[in-house]
Design a protein around this ligand. Structure first.
Ligand code: ZN
Length: 386
């Protein structure tokens, strides 16, 4: 059969550990068995010299807000072949992106559950989301989950702001989501909202507190409940550096200051306690806190290493661990039969995590993605097509 790509002399991070240098094979849309490289039909084969390079599973960003299909294509050019959108409004945008045909896979929660008078309630008002979309009580919590299930969302997203919903509303959303077999992801960017998210036993908590670091009590509960963390250190850093937020907190002391070190410390503690840490950036186009989709995931990996993850742990957080916790068994690893989502990078990201950004080639579902000149490495001497 045609459509074989053979990558020779390449180090392979299979989602867990490093192997090689060895040969890797793409067969159509799937990762092929290495034996296919032994005696291929030369007319149907592209051979890539991977000397000095490392092959990674396509990266997964588990917290984004995508604007349009062009942004999805941009993600792939940075090696990010799957993204998990964590709030998509209005519904028309959700429907449009649902129909998008690659190159990056888009998962989404559609509209998140939010409280009308919370900080996010104010933001949604500014974004002209009408208040009838807010969740006010436990009955509306049940209806909210049913509505999202009807939209065929991939998971349920909850904004667990503080002040915000009563705990009973958060608890009801978790119960209803479980009834429908849906995973829950909760926005928890402050200590008290994190505490309430743990109490509701949400499956995944995204962001880490920016007001004060987590403590052993909360982290102990996370370990026993098998809670997963998507810290979005990139966003926590952007907010801590924001002069707008600094000004607001200066005028309104109750708003609180952002402390990026507290966010880093929380990740260190969770990692040391064995809480699964999954990579996510909160990439968005809000204007004030904009973060570039795709490109930002490489920065997030650097921040995770700064917080104490080993480079291998950081790589797992954006590949095998992300796939495991977002129920994507067809990706996140390099193994025969899995989806051929792959990124070829220059250097050894298991020793220097910054190497993940040195993208040379990307395949999504076996198709080679276009990499614009501005984010392609100049030194293409190695890893060239033979
Ligand atoms: Zn977000």
């Amino acid at each position: 059969m045609g459509g074989l790509t053979i990558i020779k002399h390449v180090r392979v991070f299979d989602g867990e550990s490093i192997h090689g240098p060895k040969t890797a094979v793409i067969e159509g849309s799937r990762i092929g068995n290495d034996a296919l490289a032994d005696d291929p039909d030369p007319s149907a084969v592209e051979v890539v010299d991977g000397s000095g390079c490392t092959l990674l599973p396509g990266l997964i960003d588990c917290h984004v807000h995508i604007l349009d299909e062009a942004q999805l294509a941009a993600c792939a050019s940075y090696g990010v072949t799957t993204v998990c959108d964590m709030a998509c409004v209005p519904l028309e945008k959700y429907v449009k992106l649902r129909a998008a045909k690659g190159p990056t896979t888009w998962l989404s929660s559609s509209l998140p559950a939010y409280e009308e008078n919370s900080r996010h309630g104010m933001l949604f008002k500014l974004a002209r989301v009408t208040p009838d979309h807010a969740v006010h009580n436990t009955e509306e919590a049940a209806k909210f989950v049913q509505d999202r299930v009807d939209e065929e969302v991939d998971y349920i997203k909850i904004i667990a702001d503080f002040p915000g919903h009563e705990q009973a509303v958060l608890d009801r959303i978790q119960v209803e989501a479980k009834k429908h077999g849906k995973m829950t992801v909760a926005h928890t960017a402050q200590y008290h909202s994190f505490e309430r998210g743990v109490q509701a036993d949400f499956d995944i908590l995204t962001h880490v507190p920016s007001d004060k670091a987590l403590d052993n009590d909360i982290i102990g509960k996370m370990v026993s409940q098998k809670t997963v963390a998507v810290p979005t250190l990139t966003m926590m850093q952007v907010m801590a550096d924001s002069w707008v937020l600094w000004l607001v907190s200066w005028i309104l002391p109750s708003f609180g200051r952002r402390n990026f070190q507290a966010s880093l410390d929380s990740v260190t503690m969770m990692r040391d306690a064995g809480v699964p840490i999954v990579a996510g950036t909160d990439a968005n186009n809000s204007g004030i806190f904009s973060i570039v989709p795709g490109k930002s995931l490489h920065h997030e990996l650097e921040l995770l290493v700064r917080a104490g993850l080993t480079p291998l742990e950081a790589l797992r957080s954006a590949t095998s661990l992300a796939a495991q916790h977002f129920n994507l068994p067809d990706r996140g690893r390099i193994s025969p039969g899995l989806r051929a989502d792959l990124a070829l990078v220059e250097g050894n990201p298991d020793e220097d995590i910054a190497a993940t950004a040195r993208i040379l080639k990307v395949w999504s579902n076996g198709e080679e993605a276009t990499i614009p000149a501005q984010n392609q490495r100049a030194s293409l001497g190695s890893c060239a097509v033979m």
